[in-house]
Design a protein around this ligand. Structure first.
Ligand SMILES: Cc1cc2nc3c(=O)[nH]c(=O)nc-3n(C[C@H](O)[C@H](O)[C@H](O)COP(=O)(O)OP(=O)(O)OC[C@H]3O[C@@H](n4cnc5c(N)ncnc54)[C@H](O)[C@@H]3O)c2cc1C
Length: 379
């Protein structure tokens, strides 16, 4: 009989897969990841890791995003023990545009202030359109931009596939949907279509789908879905070392490998869990991006991706314990920066589960602001 602590993780996006990876390295833990993959945000995502110049004012979010971006170096080094990370993560810098020269100056001064606590930002340069043109002749925008060398890109799809393939080999991944969870005799029962499995602890990292697992246990969950779409085009540029380009608006340009360029993404609040591509929106993304690189307008869309982001009503993520639900850990609400914060959130959940201290212990009770018991009167 196994004396190992059995941990079930439901949801194999970036949070759940990271947690599963770290737990799979622990000799005292027996981990199983459940994932049905439908609508997953992590695999659909664009992959920009560059939180320092965000003008979001919330300090908790910024601290988490900054630490999340910093954690990537350790994360990739840890992962590289079992996954080929060569084409997954690249620090090639970020080029940022703003509506007016005044706003660009403001951004530059924010960057210099934040550099003190975030040396990961790297070198900061204000580039004129001519300087940009010398470095990247295919960029046709006539505006100045800010360049930071610390910005990075991550291929969410490759990252998830890499971790899943190792877990699958070790029989630690079940590609299925969990229909129900319940707590009985000090254990969590996980119901799938074909099985009922028992665990000592559970991590729920199901993104936008958290209400569906917690409402049957009589909890309200402050999470709503947001549809995100992006496109891929194939160029003849040598894209591997190109920076991420963030023009004004929604159409960020993320050059990947072998000429592949991602453009996105949309933020659609009224579409629920709809995963149907909207070709008008997809063409619009391309059109917007071609304001910065004219030649993009001529390239056919080779692929599109659609995913569902999870949002709380105050746009902040949460992760930690739910009061009165023993040995149950949750994370959700990562919104549009979850590739940046997801790995560190997955790692912190693992540290907490292993009863280690972290710099984030004050976040532990946060889920209770978003997950509330349904009262008798409401039933
Ligand atoms: C188009 C797009 C572009 C983005 N671009 C960026 C970016 O540039 N930078 C950035 O930092 N972030 C970006 N994001 C945000 C980021 O992708 C997400 O915040 C993050 O991936 C969320 O990770 P997660 O693990 O919480 O959830 P998800 O990745 O959504 O994973 C949840 C998983 O749980 C599974 N699941 C749900 N219910 C069940 C169940 N009952 N049983 C089994 N499995 C279940 C789902 O199928 C899914 O696989 C983008 C998102 C989108 C959609």
């Amino acid at each position: 009989m196994s004396l190992k602590h059995k941990v079930g993780i439901i949801g194999g996006g970036i949070v759940g897969s990271t947690a599963a990876f770290y737990l799979s390295q622990e000799p005292t833990i027996d981990v199983t990841l459940f994932d049905d993959g439908t609508g997953q945000a992590s695999s659909a995502a664009a992959g920009i890791i560059s939180p320092w110049l965000s003008q979001r004012r919330n300090k908790e979010w910024y601290f988490l995003a900054r630490e999340g971006a910093k954690f990537y170096t350790q994360y990739m080094s840890d992962l590289s023990r079992i996954v080929d990370t060569q084409n997954i993560y690249h620090k090639t810098g970020t080029l940022l545009y703003k509506k007016t020269p005044k706003l660009l100056d403001k951004l530059e001064s924010i960057a210099h202030k934040r550099l003190v606590d975030a040396p990961e930002i790297g070198d900061i340069s204000h580039l004129s359109d001519k300087e940009i043109n010398q470095l990247y002749p295919f960029i046709t925008s006539r505006d100045d931009a800010l360049f930071i060398t610390g910005g990075a890109k991550i291929d969410g799809e490759q990252l998830i596939n890499g971790i899943h393939s190792i877990l699958k080999k070790n029989n630690q991944l079940i590609k299925t949907s969990v229909s129900k969870i319940e707590y009985m005799n000090h254990q969590w029962k996980v119901h799938t279509k074909h099985d009922i499995l028992m665990f000592d602890s559970l991590i729920l990292s199901v993104g936008a789908w958290l209400p569906q697992l917690l409402e049957p246990l009589h909890y309200h969950v402050d999470i709503r879905p947001q549809k995100g779409q992006l496109i891929e085009v194939q160029s003849n540029l040598s894209t591997g070392d190109l920076p991420v380009i963030m023009p004004v608006g929604e159409s960020d340009i993320i050059p990947f490998y072998d000429g592949k360029i991602l453009i996105g993404a949309t933020h659609e609040n009224d579409e629920g869990f709809n995963l149907t591509p909207d070709h008008t929106q997809l063409e619009h993304l391309k059109l917007m991006a071609s304001d910065t690189i004219n030649s993009l307008a001529e390239l056919p869309i080779t692929r599109h991706r659609v995913g569902t982001r999870a949002y709380t009503s105050d746009f902040l993520p949460f992760f930690g314990e739910v009061r009165d639900l023993k040995n149950l850990w949750v994370a959700s609400g990562l919104g549009s920066s979850g590739l940046t914060t997801g790995p560190i959130i997955g790692k912190i959940l693992v540290d907490w589960l292993l009863q280690k201290e972290t710099n984030f212990d004050s976040y532990k009770a946060q889920p209770n602001n978003y997950i509330k018991p349904i009262t008798w009167e409401e039933l």
